[in-house]
Design a protein around this ligand. Structure first.
Ligand SMILES: [Zn+2]
Length: 366
């Protein structure tokens, strides 16, 4: 296929040849289609306009658009800013992959660009900090990024990081050269100087199927947006803790340890309160308690029928005089959801007064 995406104009006249709807989506076939297709080489596709219809997704043979468009001649426009941002992500991927190989002899086995993050799969573990550090040095060095096209027979002359047999079969190979740092075959968009990337950040990593390490990264404006979002969370959290961002971690640690201590105290007090309630409880009593207290009371007292109301719509119930099947069928018959290990049950209901009435008539039968 002729690579018109890299040399072609950003605005061009197109003929809309076919217009159709499919599963509630609108598609057009245009000629020429100079929009870069989604998924090609793991990259995001172009966006822009065909006439006044927004481009939502691009294939070689069709384009999804946001509104009806008639057949005829229109002006098509590529969203150049998006292309630039895609180029930043893509070139950053080359640099990260090359850095991983240089530092840890790790091979890149997968790459996928999403609308928010780009992922790269490495064939083994890597030290992410070192990779990011070297990659940002390469970005700051503002190396020249060149594109070269070579024939399959010439390819061997170049020490390419990776070239697929499929690409060799397809004909001439497009090589992306980043200063003296990296040479790699690729069919996507790239910046012309590494400085245009701005910076790269790895935001997440995890082990994935096959023993690979997957990283999620952002570069260019995405890296700035990522920093801004994190900064805002930090600012809001600092405000909540009335601390500067530098003191925030210590403040959170302190609060968590205080909370832990308090929880121990609450548990102890709940046990004592439960002992008291369990001792006082009489048949058919209805008591409002906290969930933790309820769990202690039901362990201590199981010889009389009672209800512990935990929330407006739920209660723990002791029914020692009934067989479990009878209790379950009574609850089901009244529309109460729940169950339990007799004699202790837990039920949810929409109206407590109805539940109370049903419980009293059920437990007083015997
Ligand atoms: Zn590339």
């Amino acid at each position: 296929m002729k690579e018109t995406h890299f040399t072609g104009p950003d605005e061009f006249e197109v003929k809309v040849l076919k217009v159709w709807n499919e599963d509630g989506k609108k598609y057009v076939e245009i000629s020429p289609n100079l929009f870069y297709p989604d998924g090609k080489g793991g990259q995001l596709g172009d966006r822009g306009f065909v006439g006044n219809a927004k481009v939502l997704y691009v294939w070689n043979e069709r384009i999804e658009v946001d509104k009806e468009i008639s057949r005829g001649t229109f002006l098509a426009k590529v969203d150049v800013e998006r292309r630039k941002e895609v180029a930043r992500q893509h070139t950053a991927q080359h640099i990260l992959s090359a850095a991983a190989e240089k530092l840890f002899d790790v091979e890149t086995v997968g790459f996928h660009m999403g609308e928010d993050y780009t992922t790269v799969d490495f064939d083994s573990d890597v030290n992410l900090e070192k990779i990011v550090e070297l990659s940002n040095d390469v970005i700051l060095d503002d190396l020249t990024v060149e594109e070269m096209t070579v024939s399959p027979s010439e390819v061997e002359k170049y020490k390419l990081r990776k070239v697929s047999p499929k690409a060799l079969e397809a004909g001439n190979i497009r090589i992306i050269k980043i200063g003296e740092f990296d040479l790699n075959a690729c069919g996507g968009f790239h910046v012309s100087k590494t400085g245009e990337i701005g910076s790269v950040r790895i935001v997440h990593s995890e082990r994935v199927k096959g023993g690979f390490t997957r990283i999620w990264f952002v570069a260019g404006k995405r890296a700035l947006i990522d920093c801004k979002n994190r900064d805002e969370v930090l600012k809001r959290s600092s405000k909540l803790f009335d601390a500067s961002w530098k003191d925030l971690e210590e403040r959170v640690k302190k609060s968590l340890s205080e909370l832990k201590e308090k929880n121990v105290k609450v548990k102890k007090l709940s046990q004592e309160l439960a002992k008291f309630i369990a001792g006082e409880i009489k048949k058919n009593d209805i008591v409002e308690v906290d969930e933790m207290v309820a769990s202690f009371v039901t362990r201590l007292r199981q010889d009389v029928a009672y209800v512990l109301k935990i929330s407006p719509n739920s209660a723990s119930v002791c029914l020692p005089i009934e067989a479990k099947e009878e209790v379950i069928s009574w609850a089901k018959g009244n529309g109460f959801k729940g169950g339990g290990k007799g004699p202790i049950y837990r039920f949810n209901f929409s109206d407590f007064s109805k539940f109370k009435e049903a419980f009293l008539s059920f437990s007083q039968r015997k």
